[in-house]
Structure formats: C-alpha cells, structure tokens
Design a protein around this ligand. Structure first.
Ligand SMILES: N[C@@H](CCC(=O)N[C@@H](CS)C(=O)NCC(=O)O)C(=O)O
Length: 201
C-alpha cells in the first residue's frame, strides 16, 4: 500500500499510528506529497487533494483519515480500534470527531499564522481558536474516559495534542487542563507516538 503524506500533518500521523498499532506499518510505503504539487500527485486519486491519501494493493484510493483508519483497522482483527457496534463504537467516533475537529481548526490557525499579519482574518482566527479551546475543555472534562481502552478516539486526540505542541499555535494548552495533560503524558510515551513524532531538522 502507498500512503501519500506530509511529515507535519497530524492526520497522516493518525493513519500511521493506526498502522503501527495494528502491526501492518511494514506494508505501507510513504510518498511525500508537496503542497504545490497536490493536483498532479493526488488529483487522479483524491478529488479533495489532501493528505493522507492511501492507495491499497489493488489501486483503490482511500481518504480521508477516518476512512483510511477504519480501512486499516479492517485488515487485521486485533487490536480493534473501531469498536464494532453499540455505545462503545459511538463514543469512540465521537471522541475521534472532537480530536479531528480540533486538529482541523489548529491546522487552519497554523496556515493563517503563516500569512503576513495584514492579510490575516481576526474573525476566522477567533472562530478557529474558540473551536480548539472548546475541544480542549471538553477533552479535559472527559480525560478519564480516554484511558479506558485504546481506540480511534484517543489516537485522534493524541494527534491533536501532538500538533498543538509541534505548531505552538495556541500557546500553553496544558494550563488549567491538568487531567488532559496527565493523560497525554502517558499516551505520548507509546511507541507508535514516539515513532511518528515530527523530527525537527
Ligand atoms: N479531514 C481530513 C483532513 C486532512 C487535511 O486537512 N490535510 C491537510 C494537511 S494536515 C492537507 O492535505 N492540506 C492541503 C490542502 O488543503 O491543500 C482528514 O481527516 O484526512
């Protein structure tokens, strides 16, 4: 399988963590996709032109990260990262939505921060910041549930928090969020998190 990726993308990291936790990382070859070349590189497979994009062994393209992760989860039975049904499944998907949603708006904050100050939109900066803070506050309240079992929920949250540390788009997210900070300290020590952490040159 081929995974189109960019090293700094938290969504790519999520897919990579799933493949490591499932023990199938060695079946995936990584291909860099550079920002200016996405139409040529990804366009034929992914109309949304985003990484991660996964091409499976028969040439089928999978996106976006929730679909890629569930597809990878289906390839090997254990550990089951997308619970099959019932409330356990809905809760895992709900936590994934908070992690992914926080990541989405943190990535937008990072894109906006890269623009010249005069070209930034105060409205959108404020709106995205509210969503990132909202996600952090909710996750802090629910931090105990993150430790209950490894699933796509905590994996998405780990990638969200890792991106905040890597990009520093919101300063010290740990302040007043001790429960979440404590959970993350443990989670970030997992080999799959260590192996996929952005290596700064
Ligand atoms: N919802 C998508 C988000 C993926 C995403 O936002 N990828 C970013 C990199 S972090 C990207 O490819 N951006 C390129 C662009 O929008 O041109 C997912 O879960 O995979």
């Amino acid at each position: 399988m081929k995974l189109f990726y960019s090293a700094a993308s938290p969504f790519v990291r999520k897919a990579r963590i799933v493949s490591i936790e499932k023990g199938i990382d060695d079946q995936i070859e990584l291909f860099t996709s550079e920002r200016g070349k996405r139409l040529d590189e990804l366009g034929p497979d992914n109309p949304i032109l985003k990484v991660p994009t996964l091409i499976d062994d028969v040439g089928e393209a999978w996106f976006d990260s929730p679909v890629i992760c569930e597809y990878l989860d289906s390839l090997v039975p254990e550990p089951k990262l997308f619970p099959k049904d019932g409330m356990t499944r809905w809760q895992a998907l709900r936590i994934q939505a908070i992690g992914d949603g926080g990541m989405d708006d943190a990535v937008k904050l990072a894109y906006e921060a890269a623009r010249k100050p005069g070209g930034r939109s105060p409205y959108w900066l404020g709106r995205w910041r509210q969503a990132v803070d909202g996600a952090l506050n909710t996750l802090n309240t629910e931090a105990i549930s993150l430790s209950e079992r490894l699933s796509i929920g905590p994996i998405a949250v780990g990638c969200f928090l890792g991106f905040l540390d890597q990009s520093r788009v919101v300063g010290d997210w740990r302040a007043y969020r001790e429960d979440l900070a404590l959970w993350y300290e443990d989670f970030a020590a997992r080999p799959s998190m260590q192996e996929t952490a952005l290596k700064r040159k």
